[in-house]
Design a protein around this ligand. Structure first.
Ligand SMILES: *Cc1c(COP(=O)(O)O)cnc(C)c1O
Length: 371
C-alpha cells in the first residue's frame, strides 16, 4: 500500500543513498568510520540506519543514550558501539555486560567502571576523552596521562580508545582546528612515551572528516554527512553525497475562501481576494515549527504556509499550484519535479541548523524505508 493511503505525514529514508554516502566518505577519507547514529540516527530511525551501515561495512557506531545501545544489541547488532558521552552511573554495568564501549574522563568514572566490570566479570571497554578545546566533556589536557595510567593499571579496564572532539571544524578559518590537532598530537606523544596509547585514536566529526585530513587518525566519527547533509555552508561536500531523508504529507482539504476570511488561530493571515486554501495534516506536534515563512512543494511548485501552524495541521495558499486535488503529495523536505526544499532551507526559516531540523521530526511521524 502507498504511504499516502495510510499516513497523514511520514518520513521516507533511502537506505541505498545512505550506503552510497558511506562509500563516498570512505573513499574520500580512506579511514574506517564510526557512524554516529545518536538521536535516533539524526531523526532517520537508528535501527534501519545501523543495519544498512553495517551491511555497508561499518564496524563502529556512536550513540548518546544507553537505551539505543540496549535495543541495538537486542536487534542482533554485533558491531562495536561507543557511548559518546555521559552515562548515568547505574547504567554502567548494563553497558559493560552488553559489550558496549564507554567514554570516561574522570577518576570517578574509572572507579565506577572498575566496580561495574567486576560485577559483570568482564573487563570494561573504555575510551578516554580529552578536551582539546571544545570546552564540553573530557579531561583537561594536563590530566590525560595520569588518567590513562590509572585506567590501564586495572585489569578490569581495557583502554581501547583515546579521543577528543572538534569545536570549529565546520568554519572557514582552520586556526582553531589546527590548535586542537596540535594539542591532541601532543597528548598522543605523551601517552605513547609512557606506553599508554590505546589502539583506536579518533578526533574527526563530519567537518573534520571532509575538510581536515590531519584529524583522521585511525577512525573518523561522521554524523550529519552520512545522512547526506552538509555540516555547514562553509564545508565543501564530496560529489555524489545526497540527502537520505524526505518528509512528506498530503493535501487533506481544499477550500475556496471568500475575501477577508481569516485563516488559523489568531487570524494572522486574512485572504485579500477569493483564495484557494489547502490544509496539510502536519503540525508542531510533528516537529513542524510554529513560525512564519514555511514553504512546501505541491505538484512541483512552491506553496507558502499561511496563518499559524496548529498542533496537527497547517494551511497553505494554493494560488499558482496547477490542478490541486485532495490526496496530492506534499513535500516538506525533499524533491518534487524539479523543485527541492532542503533541510538547510528549512533550517534557515527556523533560524537553526539542519541537524536540529531532522532530529526534531516528531516521534509520531512514521519512518518508512522504501526498497
Ligand atoms: C555528534 C558527534 C559527532 C558527529 O558530529 P557531526 O557534526 O554530525 O559529524 C562526532 N563525535 C561526537 C563526540 C559527537 O558528539
Amino acid at each position: 500500500m502507498k504511504a499516502e493511503q495510510v499516513f497523514a505525514t511520514w518520513v521516507e529514508v533511502d537506505l541505498n543513498t545512505l550506503k552510497n554516502n558511506l562509500k563516498i566518505i570512505e573513499q574520500h577519507t580512506n579511514t574506517p568510520i564510526l557512524a554516529v547514529v545518536k538521536a535516533n540516527g539524526y531523526g532517520h530511525g537508528y535501527l534501519p540506519i545501523t543495519k544498512a551501515a553495517e551491511e555497508a561495512g561499518v564496524t563502529w557506531f556512536g550513540v548518546a543514550r544507553p537505551r539505543m545501545a540496549v535495543k541495538m544489541r537486542e536487534e542482533g547488532i554485533q558491531a562495536n558501539i561507543l557511548i559518546l558521552g555521559y552515562l548515568a552511573p547505574e547504567r554502567i554495568e548494563e553497558m559493560i555486560c552488553l559489550d558496549v564501549s564507554l567514554t570516561i574522563w574522570t577518576l570517578e568514572h574509572i572507579q565506577q567502571t572498575i566496580s561495574a566490570a567486576k560485577n559483570c566479570q568482564v573487563p570494561a571497554r573504555v575510551h578516554l576523552l580529552a578536551d582539546s578545546g571544545m570546552g564540553r566533556l573530557g579531561c583537561m589536557p594536563g590530566e590525560t596521562t595520569k588518567l590513562a595510567e590509572i585506567a590501564s593499571a586495572s585489569e578490569w579496564i581495557k583502554l581501547e580508545g583515546f579521543f577528543s572532539h572538534l569545536a570549529t571544524a565546520d568554519e572557514q578559518d582552520p586556526g582553531q582546528t589546527q590548535q586542537q590537532v596540535k594539542i591532541f598530537n601532543q597528548l598522543i606523544d605523551e601517552l605513547s612515551q609512557k606506553n599508554l596509547l590505546p589502539e583506536i585514536i579518533h578526533l574527526a566529526n563530519s567537518a573534520g572528516s571532509l575538510a581536515h585530513s590531519s584529524t583522521h587518525f585511525n577512525l573518523i566519527r561522521p554524523g550529519i554527512i552520512i545522512y547526506g547533509l552538509p555540516p555547514s555552508s562553509e564545508v565543501q561536500i564530496p560529489e555524489g553525497i545526497q540527502p537520505v531523508l524526505s518528509w512528506k504529507s498530503v493535501l487533506a482539504s481544499i477550500k475556496d475562501l471568500p475575501p477577508h476570511h481569516g485563516v488559523s488561530y489568531g487570524h494572522q493571515y486574512v485572504t485579500t481576494k477569493q483564495e484557494l486554501i489547502g490544509v496539510i495534516p502536519i503540525g508542531y506536534a510533528d516537529g513542524y515549527r510554529r513560525v512564519p515563512g514555511n514553504e512546501v512543494l505541491i505538484n512541483g511548485h512552491r506553496a507558502p504556509v499561511v496563518g499559524k501552524v496548529c498542533m496537527d495541521q497547517c494551511m497553505v495558499l494554493l494560488e499558482g499550484i496547477p490542478d490541486p486535488h485532495v490526496g496530492d503529495e506534499v513535500i516538506l523536505i525533499g524533491k518534487q519535479g524539479d523543485q527541492e526544499i532542503s533541510a538547510e532551507q528549512v533550517a534557515k526559516i527556523w533560524q537553526t541548523i539542519n541537524y536540529e531540523v531532522t532530529c526534531g521530526i516528531g516521534s509520531r511521524v512514521p519512518r518508512i524505508y522504501p526498497e
